[in-house]
Design a protein around this ligand. Sequence first.
Ligand SMILES: C[S@@+](CC[C@H](N)C(=O)[O-])C[C@H]1O[C@@H](n2cnc3c(N)ncnc32)[C@H](O)[C@@H]1O
Length: 211
Amino acid sequence: MSTPNPWTVVPAADYERHMGPDGVNQLAPLAQIFQEVYLATQPDRVLLLGCATGNGLEHVDPSVTHRIVGVDVNLQYLGIARQRFFHLGPKLELFCSEASAWRGAPGSFDLVHAALVFEYLYPEVLVRKIAEWLADGGTCSVVLQLPGGAGPEAPSKAMRIIEKAMKLVPPDELVRLFETYRIPLRRQRTVPLPFGKSFWVGIFGREVPAK
Ligand SMILES: C[S@@+](CC[C@H](N)C(=O)[O-])C[C@H]1O[C@@H](n2cnc3c(N)ncnc32)[C@H](O)[C@@H]1O
């Protein structure tokens, strides 16, 4: 039997305190990374893996995007996301599920965004699923935590367990996995963060097959 995902028991208040301006201050940079890829791709259908309480969803324009799916293991986070983004109505679908176990139709998303979630699962399994879900011509954006830096101590025992459970994923390893499915890396950059930490952002794109 596999161990339960420790994220299922981290209260939203602890999570947002740790990630917000009084903690490691990563919510704003994460929302900005999503905004940039969203504006560049203008997706009809978007999938957010590890969507938490919906950080970044404020940038979604419902006149551009007709289907917004968020997947997360923590049901409380999804309840908060639903309340905060009530105006998105039925266009916003939220699923409480392990990302790799979620069932989506093949080729059904133009943008898949996976920010700080690869660190908590088996990357090869999720890349295989993303390759299935991504439409021809679709984009997948990934945010990984890079090694280095040290922030303030996590505010709760549950968050400290999460920090221990996190397994850094080397960007090169992820690039190789996506290449296996013919989804090459288009762009990459490093985003510096407070406390000497940094993110790697990789934008992967699947080509439209020639007719
Ligand atoms: C660091 S937060 C993600 C931040 C968020 N993507 C953003 O841009 O602000 C990690 C999220 O992934 C979720 N998570 C962790 N492991 C997961 C898994 N195996 N499947 C789905 N969600 C997962 C957690 O519950 C948490 O909400």
